[in-house]
Design a protein around this ligand. Structure first.
Ligand SMILES: [Zn+2]
Length: 244
């Protein structure tokens, strides 16, 4: 029996593919968590909820704060995630590929991930919650801090949101009802689906392809996770070697 593949609602993380990408007709993997607008149960009801875009334009969906947050406040831990492969819906949490152990980048920088994560550990995750709907902005109001590791199920709120645990933090004061955004290049090295950013902010960087394509001086103006900083260091190391 043929399985009817309904037209998949497409979650928000990246704006619509460019014409060129459409031509490639890429088959998009479906994220493990994909809420249905008609039967939606927020995963963090007291904190934020999805605002679904017009029917058929799910890329217009977003996540709105259900209450105000002060700059620096932790919104929630990032937990109950699932292993993922690099996709439009995934979040990178470790260098990919792994840093060569001989590189300065792997040895010189005290990183939260080299001790926390053996080489086999998952490098991309699926958020598996409404956090999937946090759109990109080049002038974001939250950060996804994935330094360290995911909180264990047994870790209660205070421990689950302490240093060294994955968490979402307010980068600015956020008003109730505001759309939550983070900078995708703070986690992604080389994005599966580059896109032309329409954030409209003064800081807009235009086409977003991942940190690989952004100068360190620009990244310095942002919170960027350790795995990206380490990959950036390796990139510089390799460029130096090429020039020798
Ligand atoms: Zn932008």
């Amino acid at each position: 029996m043929a399985v009817a593949v309904a037209s998949l609602p497409t979650p928000a993380p990246t704006p619509p593919p460019t014409k060129q990408q459409e031509l490639k007709k890429r088959k998009q993997p479906q994220p493990p968590y994909l809420p249905n607008r008609h039967d939606y149960h927020p995963t963090h009801p007291s904190l934020f909820r999805i605002e679904f875009g017009p029917e058929g334009e799910e890329f217009g969906s977003c996540l709105r704060a259900e209450r105000a947050f002060a700059k620096g406040e932790i919104l929630c831990p990032i937990r109950s995630t699932l292993p993922g492969t690099k996709a439009y819906s995934s979040v990178q949490v470790l260098p990919d590929p792994a840093l060569p152990s001989s590189s300065r980048a792997a040895t010189s920088r005290p990183t939260s991930f080299t001790t926390a994560a053996p080489a086999s550990t998952r490098r991309h995750i699926e958020l598996n919650s409404d956090l999937l709907y946090v759109n990109h902005s080049c002038d974001p109001n939250v950060v996804f801090d994935v330094n360290g590791r995911e909180a264990e199920p047994s870790e209660q709120d205070e421990r689950a949101t302490s240093d060294g645990r994955w968490r979402v933090r307010a980068e600015k004061d956020i008003a109730k009802g505001e759309i939550l955004t983070f900078a995708y290049f703070s986690t992604e090295w080389d994005m599966d689906q580059p896109f032309h950013c329409l954030c409209g902010t003064k800081r807009c960087l235009g086409t977003i392809q991942g940190a690989r394509h952004i100068e360190q001086g620009v990244l310095d103006g942002y919170f960027v996770n350790d795995h990206i900083l380490a990959m950036k260091a390796l990139q510089r190391e390799e460029q130096e070697q090429q020039h020798q």
